[in-house]
Design a protein around this ligand. Structure first.
Ligand code: F6P
Length: 405
């Protein structure tokens, strides 16, 4: 039994779920309990459960048999303590969140989540003085400061398998199939699975596309006897024209909704997406108008997803029959891949070691094959888009993949 400066921790999973959350919960709790005799409390439904003081003791039995299970045994939510809907109104519930931490004498609040979760945890640290720690999870792989987030590898596997399957049917019917992939504002999932699945066209938020150019590329393939095509499109991909208009809208919309910039690294970080521009505009609207706006956006999203629009335009431009597959939440479902299980175990065990030595207010990152603490102040508010000189982009181009630019 090793000595520990930390006696009790709270554990929550926030933001969208992903495979590997249970594996990480298990690793943190097992090492914390076995090695350091810490008390481990689970908090239900992310920051919502923290505010509402809904906790559960995580003993060995509670975290046993969950390594391979998808989702999160604790439940998740996208609620933010500083702006939470309570009784129909958005309220700052940071103090209620901190009260739960103090009431249970948690020495540190460990939050498993993406960039937004790190931001929310760090806000609690700054506003209420509680100690926090985060672990990077997301299928988007866009958390700044870590080489990889857990959940990503599993999602790449699912998406690649889907692209493989689309290949066989596209070939039989001599069609083009647009496969829409998640990833929010980053193209990691589309790039990695697109390259792994041999997609002919890969569209990413980091590289605005020109429809005409894609159409020419597809027709050229036909001329060379390739009668099918697979287009892997990230949900955040946008055309050159959209990118320009959104850039303008962003400027007109002023600051972001939460008043914080997204100062990601490199040129690609400057590229904005539809989501960002809409966020920026929405920030300046009165609540009532904002709600109406959200409803309209949701209606259009349901009516014509980005991939459907893309397929329609490309079919018109090329005369080639097009189909659409949107993988959606399938990409986040099911159990974690072997790599993610191992990554979660490494990150979780390291988190427990760091807690024992009293290292707080850090994200446990995966860098160069090792788990290391990175101060939260250095990562929050930053994004991790694909750098435009990424080797995978370069080699895919050399192989003839079209990125629409
Ligand atoms: O951040 C993970 C993610 O799956 C994104 O890729 C996607 O844009 C979003 O979450 C979907 O969110 P929700 O599950 O709330 O619909």
């Amino acid at each position: 039994m090793a000595k520990s400066k930390t006696r009790c921790i709270g554990l929550l999973t926030a933001g969208g779920d992903c495979p590997g959350l249970n594996a990480a919960i298990r690793a943190i709790a097992k090492v914390a309990i076995h090695e350091y005799r810490m008390e481990v409390l689970g908090i239900y439904d992310g920051f919502r459960g923290l505010v509402e003081n809904r906790t559960v003791v995580l003993d060995e039995a509670a975290v046993s048999g969950i390594l391979t299970r998808g989702g999160t045994i604790l439940g998740a939510s996208r609620d933010k303590p500083h702006s939470m809907r309570v009784g129909g109104k958005l309220r700052d519930m940071s103090e209620s969140a901190a009260r739960t931490v103090r009431e249970h004498r948690m020495d540190c609040l460990v939050c498993l989540g993406g960039g937004g979760t790190a931001k929310n945890a760090y806000r609690l640290r700054q506003r209420c003085g509680i100690e926090v720690m985060t672990l990077p999870k997301t299928i988007d792989n866009d958390v700044f400061g870590t080489d990889q987030s857990f959940g990503f590898d599993t999602a790449v596997g699912i998406a690649t398998d889907a692209i493989d399957r689309l290949h066989t049917t596209a070939t039989s019917h001599h069609r083009m199939i647009v496969c829409e992939l998640m990833g929010h504002r980053a193209g990691w999932l589309a790039l990695q699975s697109g390259v792994a699945g041999g997609a002919d066209v890969i569209l990413l938020p980091e590289i605005p596309y020109d429809l005409q150019r894609i159409a020419e590329y597809l027709l050229e393939r036909r001329r060379h006897g390739k009668r099918f095509s697979i287009i892997a499109a990230a949900e955040g991909a946008k055309s050159v024209r959209e990118a320009r208009e959104l850039q303008k809208a962003k400027k007109a919309g002023g600051k972001k909704a939460d008043g914080e910039g997204e100062d990601g690294p490199g040129d690609a970080a400057e590229a904005i997406t539809e989501f960002e521009a809409v966020d920026a505009i929405r920030a300046d609207l009165p609540l009532k108008v904002r709600k109406m706006h959200e409803e309209i956006m949701a209606y259009h999203a349901v009516q014509e997803p980005m991939a459907t629009r893309l397929a329609r335009h490309l079919q018109e431009l090329t005369g080639v029959e097009a189909r659409v597959t949107s993988l959606g939440h399938v990409q986040r479902g099911g159990g974690p891949s072997p790599f993610d299980r191992a990554l979660c175990t490494l990150l979780g065990a390291k988190a427990a070691d760091l807690l024992a030595e009293g290292t707080y207010n850090v994200m446990v990152a995966y860098r160069n094959g090792r788990c290391v603490p990175v101060p939260l102040k250095d990562v929050v508010g930053k994004r991790r888009p694909i750098p435009l000189d990424h080797p995978l982009l370069d080699c895919a181009r050399k192989l003839g993949t079209c990125f629409g630019d």
